[in-house]
Design a protein around this ligand. Structure first.
Ligand code: SF4
Length: 210
């Protein structure tokens, strides 16, 4: 816990109050953007959703979307066929089972088509200001490299992080690791020479020789 407290403080000094980099103005737009962001950059998603939210301003509009038209709009974010199918099914689930309002509980969110743990945790943390740790590729890589978890899969990582990070900091810690993974501890070329977390990092101890 001591290490994660220090790491949190260093990252807080670096990023301040970190936020989700997806553009959205309500929880309908948030859940759509998070689903689209799987294996796609937030920058690309923000370009797509600008027009998408004009064409489908409410979750009811999205529930009634024609799949071919939606596929065309989201083509550039990858896995567009699956994402289009999931978006329409998710919207129908929200309309039919939750009166058109995106729910706030983990079990309710994961009952929606195409919504897994990561998406549910992001919606809870960002949309409802709850404490949740969403594990994406950055969170998984950075937390394992640092050695604060030794996780084999995202679920293991999420549960392990919940044990070593104070609960009131889960959501913020998630944002920090995402940003740190995106801009410093990159997958291919981690910038270890200029890394503020160097002294805490298991990866650098075992991989970089002086
Ligand atoms: S020292 Fe390198 S591997 Fe470790 S957290 Fe920093 S950038 Fe990532």
């Amino acid at each position: 816990m001591k290490n994660t407290k220090d790491i949190y403080n260093i990252l807080y000094n670096k990023f301040g109050e970190a936020k989700c980099e997806l553009d959205f103005s309500n929880n309908y737009e948030l859940i759509v953007a998070v689903i689209l962001s799987a294996r796609c950059t937030d920058k690309r998603v923000n370009i797509i959703t600008k027009d998408l939210f004009k064409k489908y301003p409410t979750i009811k509009d999205l529930a009634q979307a024609k799949i071919e038209e939606l596929e065309k709009m989201i083509y550039s974010c990858g896995f567009y066929k699956n994402k289009a199918k999931n978006l329409i099914a998710m919207a129908n689930d929200v309309v039919n089972n939750f009166n058109g309002v995106v729910p706030s509980e983990f079990e309710q969110l994961t009952s929606l088509a195409g919504v897994g743990r990561k998406t549910a945790n992001v919606v809870m943390a960002v949309g409802f200001s709850k404490q949740a740790i969403a594990v994406d590729t950055h969170v998984f890589r950075v937390s394992n490299r640092l050695g604060i978890v030794k996780a084999k899969n995202p679920l293991d990582c999420e549960l392990s992080l919940q044990k070593v990070v104070d609960k009131d900091k889960w959501a913020q810690f998630h944002h920090f690791l995402v940003l740190f993974g995106r801009y410093v501890c990159k997958s291919q070329n981690p910038n270890c020479k200029n890394c503020e977390l160097c002294d805490y990092c298991e990866y650098v101890k075992s991989n970089i020789k002086n």
